[in-house]
Ligand binder design. Sequence first.
Ligand code: ADP
Length: 594
Amino acid sequence: MNFISEFIEVIFSMALFVNAILFIPQSIEIYRKKSSNGVSLLTFLGFLLIQLFIVLHAIIKHDYILLIGYLLSMITCGSVVALILRFKNKALPSDIDIINQLPGHVYWKDTQGRMLGCNQSNMNDFGIDDINDYIGKTDYDLFNKEEADKIRLVDDEVVRNKVTKIFEESSTVASGEKVIFLSYKAPLKNHKGDVIGVIGYSMPVDDIKNKHQDRVDMLENIIAEMPGKVYWMNRQGIYLGCNNNEAEAIGLRSRYDIVGKRNKDLPGFLIPEELDPVNEKIMSDGKAITLEEPAKHKDGTDAIYLSSKVPLINKKNQVIGLLGISIDITDMKQKEKELQEAKEKAEESSIAKNDFIKNIEHDLRTPFSGVLGLAQCLLVEEQDKDKREVIKQIASCAEDLLDYHNKVLDFSNVKTGSIPISLKKFDLRNIVENIVHIEKPAATNKGVKLIYRYDDSIPSILMGDDYRVKRILINLVSNAIKFTAEGSIEISVQKAIQNNEHIIVEFIIKDTGIGIPVDKQQFIFEEFTRLNPSNKGAYKGVGIGLKIVKDFVKDVSGNIDLHSEMGKGSIFTITVPFIKPLTQNIYDMECNNE
Ligand code: ADP
């Protein structure tokens, strides 16, 4: 008996040692994986129970070594149980569960094409409920012969060459529907690495394919229906495609008929000698061009196209072809030509009209000047009061007519731009004083005072356009006299700004006349604008004086400013820049553009 009890104790001691040691790596493994997957809770609870009995046995027997040892062993086993409970819910599904949950078809078969297994989705699509009904089937049991033959070909290649293949296949599923799959097939190997079959994964790609196809169809439609003529070719000048308009314009039945053709192969509406060098240049320079190109319409008439052509460039930045859009501008060009001809004709007739006006003005000015001169001579000799009055009337009428002629002549010159802008030395003070001298009698006759001031700091001799300055001042002063019944007219010439080379002179013509309403002031510089037409009042005029002033001021880079109040008078301020000549001698030639 003693022997048996000692033997049992030795066995227990060994088990105690093994137990205590074995539970430690198990605990570490569970903790590391954070999962108790594959570890049986029941087994370890069983161990724990046995250990508990042994502990009780040790207490009864007062075997304290056994007691301590098994208590320690219970701790290591207890920690395994605790960890199993702790990570129980975090257990991962098994590999086969994962494969089962995979979308798409996962399947594996032997080298003869007999099924060894598959996932749930694969079974569902083939209408199979039990995996045992699937195992052992061949592709010929699942697919029609044509589909199965194709599958076998690929599988054989995968097995023979130990390669992975990716390809698209169309298969009929249980519902009878044809589905396009994107399939990956790889050799199935055993643990020694020998190929024992094929493992495959097939995803239905109908949706993706359909969306892609829709997009392709839409792009095709857009290209086909694009306005203008659209075409593209490769680097060798061979057409790869065009839109419907282009196909129609060059006499092709379908836009696909252009593929593979060169310009010279197309029905004769294009002119290859003109097109080919341009296309070649665009592709060799790699630069876009817009140009007009000649062609023929289908009825044989000449056509002109406006073409925009760009080189087609690949990812490596190499020119691989050309894309062009051409628009038929034959009608537009014709209209442009007609317009140009009409414009030229209009210009010719306008020149003729202006020449006619100029001739008339010159021809009329001579007799009017004669009438004025003779009237003034008669006035000197005639003593009879009544006759003098008549002669004065004649002289006044002749003056008015002469004034009109001068204005019309100026206006006609402004219109045709036939007065060159001059830059020459002239005596500004002399010009202003002459105008005052000429206009003074008219003012005096009306009982209006004509006051004149010239700022002595302005050099008398300046360089600029004397003709325009004179005409500006005459128009403004004669207007001031015309529209002033009483009071005064002040003509001031003063310096605005000057430096060593330039001076800006300010001409102020101020009257105490009828004034100009503020809301009309912007219009009076337009041609033929008169606020007081002759037929409605006492003021004569043609409405072109201020238009001439405005244009002449602009020609000399000057500025014009108007302040006026109804019934109180008007102030016209003109600023004109002049060059200060080196000497004040008018005869020194410094610059003359005349
Ligand atoms: P015209 O004097 O021949 O009518 P203008 O072009 O010189 O033509 O002047 C246009 C109009 O501007 C005049 O008809 C007149 O109504 C107004 N106007 C011009 N200058 C004055 C002025 N100093 N005072 C009042 N009105 C003026």
